[in-house]
Design a protein around this ligand. Structure first.
Ligand SMILES: NC(=O)c1ccc[n+]([C@@H]2O[C@H](COP(=O)([O-])OP(=O)(O)OC[C@H]3O[C@@H](n4cnc5c(N)ncnc54)[C@H](O)[C@@H]3O)[C@@H](O)[C@H]2O)c1
Length: 310
């Protein structure tokens, strides 16, 4: 039985799902979460996510404590910070981790916007710190970006990469610490054009979702964008690129429509309204459908991968 353990700092939305990944892989989890009023709810969430991964949630393998100081380092192989996205808070947590975590243990941050170079800049042991960027829901989306900061020792990113493979993830190495790392740069390039299309009245929000989800997005479960172009022919692609690129958005600012809805407090499901309106029951149903579909896609991806590895 494995006695490997992970330390997680912040057992919120992402921390819970990261905990589930490791528990489902047979690891132990110790989590530092100051909001003790929510511990039961978080344990329940972790339990459901472990179940979705086909694992058996064993309560004694998840130890939740109030602070980093209360973590026990004996079996911990890595620490992942998943506290709120505030630079000062993350810098404070990393200063604490710098001081308290034994030097041989690598430390990752799940920050989605802040560079590890900036989070760890004042830490003495910043060479063992990297971004370890998961995508929500972290237990269902297989990719995790392992980002080397300006101070990160390459051996640390390799160790993190190997651990991610061990627990069934699809790690991707990102060799420079740039905003958005690798995947979010691509995603935001798409989203800039998505909102430009709506701003310009080329189509509705429904048209955009349909075109991506039932069009080129649908293909991505079977092939990434480069492999897909190998099927389609790179000559066709370059010719389309030459004619389309000149008219694509190059705006350095978010679109008018996006600024407008956000300034009206329409933030999506969390405020009950974004581009659509949401009742709590609709949110519950949509989330269930979303996760069910992701799980089915995950199963297909695993089968497809297994068949290419045979
Ligand atoms: N939610 C997403 O879709 C998503 C996706 C990728 C990355 N991320 C990143 O993951 C990180 C966590 O996001 P989240 O959505 O889980 O946030 P969240 O607010 O759900 O969870 C954060 C948790 O950290 C706890 N916390 C606060 N201060 C702390 C401290 N000093 N020490 C330990 N824990 C503390 C909070 O009580 C909370 O439970 C952020 O950096 C976010 O940008 C989020």
């Amino acid at each position: 039985m494995s006695t490997n353990a992970i330390g997680i700092v912040g057992l919120g939305l992402m921390g819970c799902d990261v905990a589930a990944i490791f528990l489902a892989a047979g690891w132990h989890v110790q989590a530092a979460e100051p909001d003790s009023a929510n511990w039961d709810a978080r344990r329940e969430r972790v339990s459901v996510s472990v179940g979705q991964l086909g694992g058996d949630f064993r309560s004694e393998r998840l130890r939740v404590v109030e602070s980093v100081e209360a973590l026990e380092w004996q079996n911990i192989k890595l620490v992942i910070e998943a506290a709120p996205e505030q630079l000062e808070l993350k810098q404070k947590i990393f200063a604490e981790l710098d001081r308290l975590v034994p030097p041989h243990i690598p430390i990752g941050s799940n920050a989605s916007g802040f560079r590890i170079t900036d989070i760890s800049c004042s830490c003495q042991s910043r060479n063992r710190m990297a971004n370890l960027h998961f995508f929500a829901p972290a237990h269902l989306v297989p990719v995790v970006e392992v980002v080397r900061g300006e101070f990160t020792d390459p051996a640390v990113t390799e160790a993190l990469y190997d651990i991610m493979k061990t627990v069934g993830r699809m790690p991707v190495r990102v060799n420079r610490d740039v905003p958005g790392f690798l995947a979010n740069r691509i995603q935001h390039a798409l989203m800039r054009e998505v909102f430009a299309v709506i701003d310009e009245g080329l189509g509705t929000v429904e048209d955009v979702d349909t075109a991506v989800r039932y069009g080129f997005g649908f293909r991505y479960v079977a092939a990434g964008p480069i492999l897909q172009k190998e099927f389609a022919g790179l000559d066709t692609h370059i010719s389309a690129a030459r004619s389309i690129y000149p008219s694509l958005s190059t705006s350095a600012e978010p679109s008018l429509i996006l600024e407008e809805v956000v300034s009206e407090g329409r933030l999506g499901m969390k405020t009950g309204r974004g581009f659509w309106s949401w009742t709590p029951e609709q949110i519950r149903q949509e989330r269930e459908r979303y996760e069910r579909t992701l799980l089915a896609a995950l199963k297909l991806l695993r089968e497809s991968r297994a068949s290419t590895e045979q």
